[in-house]
Design a binder for this molecule. Sequence first.
Ligand SMILES: [Zn+2]
Length: 237
Amino acid sequence: MSRELLKQWIKESENIVFFGGAGVSTESKIPDFRSVDGLYNQEYDYPPETILSHSFFMRNPKEFFRFYRNKMLFPDAMPNKAHIALAKLEQEGKLKAVVTQNIDGLHQKAGSKEVLELHGSVHRNYCMKCGKFYGLDEVLSQEGVPTCSCGGIIKPDVVLYEEGLDSQVIEKSLNYIARADILIIGGTSLSVYPAAGFVDYYRGNRLVLINKSATPMDSRANLVINDPIGEVLGELL
Ligand SMILES: [Zn+2]
């Protein structure tokens, strides 16, 4: 049984790194934004990838924030079993880091400390003029384009299309992956750049893929589990 093997490996390991994508949060009822506003239910004039781009933000912040508040912010979402199990593994000293493509902050809400957020976080927001920091509450409490007390626009610390990832976050993530004895990848099809390339830095022979459907990386994995990630990791609790 593949799930039994995973349990055995985790038991033996002291250096697990987890790499996760949108699928980790869908069980917390946060949909993948790429799946929203489909062909038959168009509420916006542009595809999400356009609205969530840097140039669109600069050109039309009002429409950006309408989409962002409706489709990207889930302040009431709670961590699911996957988040909770990963936090527990860290507390036990087994898991060294969570590398995530998600921006929802649910790993921290579950108690994880070392979380590397490749795409930033909705919980951090900065004034574009004076750099003042704001939490999520400020973005939620204002209507339209949120502004700073100085008059500047408050921009979420979320990596938009056309923007580069933080090089320090990438470097730290790759260091953890290179040292890991188990790399667990979950809730991502690994088709989105730069996730696919991250796997190349793993040098071990216990690469675990947990995803509901098959991914292009399956043939490289040492263990593939095609089940919901909350269910699989929840068994460790
Ligand atoms: Zn300001």
